[in-house]
Design a protein around this ligand. Structure first.
Ligand code: B12
Ligand code: SF4
Length: 472
């Protein structure tokens, strides 16, 4: 059977709409191919215009659509177009997992897969290919045996993402930078309609925020997070099992080598919720130090997992650690059900500074009940520890989390059915945020003060949504 796998997400906007190809659909595609099915990939961010025509030109009998909550409306539109063409539609990913009934109630989806899709999607496609029709519409994803995780290879749909072009037309450069064609012509190659992307990297961050050439990939060492942070979708074990599972190291290493050798990958982003908890994390760090010293890598860690042994192993590695600190207020840490304590956060940051390890700090602003004292405790922490990159985010409660349910019950959600993430810019422009009763003027003031502490000296983030930062 032929399957069209569609990834629906928000464009990463700056420079190129997709900076890093997702793992999700290439991994599902690899599993489907291994099971003997045909596959084609589509990513809505790479379609400039004419989505309907592009979809109509695909030929999968079944269209499998992956999306997070904030992209629900676009994903429903894709499903609508496919349904009109009488194709079978299947939804999967974070939003279908937390709100399966919403998909069925829309009448646009034949099936919804909750949680991990590798085995369940194949079982579904196998059955449909045999002419069967599963009785259930909501299928619980059977956890993937990571022992079966084949190394991924490149897919044509993402060729320009794995290795972005070194030169673009003046018209493209205009759309990337918003600069006038006359000005851009000064950067163009003599007599040619081509601007070297390296010259765009020299522009001010307002015009072109990336100051270097990123050829990045996402990579998984394993899965599982034992914690239940109040605001995070991963708190649910129906999203993915909480127990730790490790991917065979050989599979990780082969995938990494493939992308570095074939696409010149120079940045690896581990998507693991807590990378140092992965069984082979130490081996991975060693491999990066010895075989790929020029390839930078970033990963998520909790303060509790950042032990002296981990810090020692990372000394001299070309890496950036992202800590989900969120706050340094004792009260707020408890409210958010974060693992560890303020003391462990100071210890983790201190270990980084002692061992010369660059670290970023994910921070949540606008949590109901947060006081000026709470914000000041976080400012003290940032001022003392000086993360390389503080990354403040406005809290938008995610459906399927206890944070969302509590805010809903207390009548705090401004628009419970709008799942879009709020950026500080949107809060500034509208004068309000996703929650009622939160002092967003104060949120914005701290947001700016935190950003001002940035030490990167270069802009490597996308709208501060941070393309180089998978987050827990
Ligand atoms: C890497 C990552 C990112 C990356 C890359 C995202 C991407 N484009 O691929 C970046 C940093 C860009 C990112 C950004 C955001 N992310 Co994010 N991200 C993750 C993270 C850490 C890992 C995702 C991943 O790649 N996993 C590995 C792949 C193989 O698995 P998977 O995607 O989970 O898919 C599996 C199943 O879901 C299922 N499945 C998925 N799709 C489909 C489709 C079908 C048909 C089927 C059958 C099955 C299926 O099968 C897959 C294999 O098991 C998760 C948290 C986590 N640990 O899972 C959050 C997570 C997905 N992100 C989340 C959010 C909210 C965001 C942002 C909105 C945050 C923000 N405020 O800006 C943005 C939006 C970005 C965008 N452009 O649209 C939430 C989603 C919650 C929700 N209800 O939707 C998560 C769950 C984090 C959380 N703590 O709650 N993110
Ligand atoms: S925020 Fe990180 S540590 Fe907390 S539940 Fe989510 S993935 Fe786990």
């Amino acid at each position: 059977m032929k399957v069209t796998l569609v990834f629906v997400a928000e464009a990463e906007r700056v420079g190129f709409p997709v900076w890093t190809a997702p793992l999700t659909t290439p991994l599902l595609a690899t599993c489907l191919l291994r099971a003997g099915h045909e596959v084609e990939l589509l990513d809505t961010r790479l379609i400039d215009e004419g989505l309907a025509d592009v979809l109509a030109s695909t030929s999968g009998d079944l269209v499998a659509i992956s999306f997070m909550s904030h992209s629900r409306d676009e994903a429903f539109h894709v499903a609508e177009l496919c349904r009109a063409a009488e194709r079978i539609t299947v939804g999967g990913g974070a939003h279908p997992t937390v709100r399966p009934q919403e998909l069925l109630d829309s009448g646009l989806f034949d099936y919804v897969v909750r949680g991990e899709g590798e085995r369940t999607l194949i079982a579904l496609v196998d059955e449909l290919a045999r002419g069967g029709r599963p009785a259930q519409q909501v299928l619980d994803g059977e956890p993937f045996d990571l022992g079966d995780y084949s190394p991924l290879t490149g897919f044509d749909a993402y060729a320009e993402v794995y290795r972005p072009p070194t030169a673009v037309s003046v018209a493209k450069a205009k759309s990337l930078t918003g600069m006038r064609p006359e000005t851009l012509r000064e950067y163009a190659r003599p007599g040619e309609d081509a601007v070297d992307v390296s010259s765009l990297h020299t522009l001010s961050p307002q015009d072109f925020p990336a100051s270097r050439d990123f050829r990045s990939i996402y990579l998984e060492l394993g899965r599982g997070c034992p914690f239940t942070c109040l605001y995070c979708t991963i708190q649910n074990d129906w999203f993915a099992p909480k127990r730790a599972r490790a991917r065979p190291f050989d599979s990780v290493e082969r995938e990494l080598r493939y992308f570095v050798e074939n696409y010149g990958t120079n940045y690896v982003i581990l998507v693991d919720s807590i990378a140092p908890a992965a069984a082979e994390f130490g081996r991975f760090v060693e491999l990066m130090k010895t075989d790929f010293p020029d390839v930078e890598f970033s990963f998520n860690a909790t303060a509790t997992h950042f032990t002296p042994a981990v810090a020692k192993a990372l000394e001299g590695a070309n890496c950036l650690v992202w800590f989900g600190f969120e706050t340094a207020s004792k009260t707020m840490l408890r409210v958010l059900r974060k693992p560890g304590s303020v003391r462990t956060q100071y210890r983790a940051a201190q270990l980084c500074n002692e061992h010369g390890i660059r670290f970023g700090a994910n921070l949540l602003l606008g949590v109901p009940g947060e006081t000026t004292e709470d914000y000041e405790a976080t400012m003290d922490f940032l001022g003392t520890t000086r993360p390389y990159s503080p990354n403040p985010n406005v809290l938008t409660p995610l459906p399927g989390t206890d944070m969302y349910d509590r805010c809903l019950a207390q009548g705090l959600l401004r628009d419970p059915h709008n799942y879009r993430s709020w950026s500080a810019e949107e809060v500034r422009a509208t004068g309000h945020g996703p929650l009622v009763g939160v002092d967003y003027e104060r949120v914005l003031a701290y947001h700016s003060t935190m950003l001002a502490l940035d030490r990167t000296g270069e802009t490597v983030h996308v709208d501060r949504g941070c393309h180089l930062k998978p987050h827990g």
